[in-house]
Write a protein that binds this ligand. Sequence first.
Ligand SMILES: [Zn+2]
Length: 260
Amino acid sequence: MQKTEKELRQDIVDIGRLVYQKGWVAANDGNITIRLDQDRILATPTGVSKGMMHVDDFIIVDMQGNKIEGRKERTSEIAMHLTIYGMRPDIRSIVHAHPPVATGFATAGKPLNLALLPEVIIGLGCVPLADYGLPGTPALTEGMLPYIPKYDAILMGNHGAVCYGEDVYKAFFKMETMEHFARITLVAELLGGAKALPRLEVDKLFDSRTRYGVKAKAGALPGCPVVAEDLEQDQDRFYVTRQELISLVDEAVRKRDVGC
Ligand SMILES: [Zn+2]
């Protein structure tokens, strides 16, 4: 049964408190939205802590981002939410936050794209990294556009992350899975490097999605996730310094000169 607007407002209050308690936001960071119907989005306003919201704090905007209800002001990040809703009719809720470990990866320029854990491969495929874009401008979403149709969790370069799903709990759980994955990846890297699963095992996990009722889209593209075989190919590459390269070329030229 579909929830009433009152229940959905309470859902945002509850999820906001969890996002805040988990330390995924500081001060007034982050925003949460729910699609009420074809034309209306229920949204957290600007300037409120996500941990201390009341059901009356929210605003309602139309699909162009115009405020149609609510006392408080719109967040400048509402345009990103509207872009995602526009491109993904299957999505009914979006959570944007700055979870510190995943955001650390986004700040280091690293996607969360290794095939490491079954539940992440099944649920998210992988988490790509979108280029940085200035908040409050169209540039914020520009780098995300290629990823929105195919992924449900995206890292935003030097900023944070956005996750979305069929309801606000599903969007929240995707962010929780992503942040948990980021923490585990970080520990594995500290312990000498994570070991990716081979292609065959990753394919078996993708096949099991229907069994688990997972509708995740990610996984159809090469490199998402990066499997063991991809990394082996990488190992065949080698790297030289500029000086070593010059010496190698010099040596090759010298050998040729001698020959002729
Ligand atoms: Zn943000």
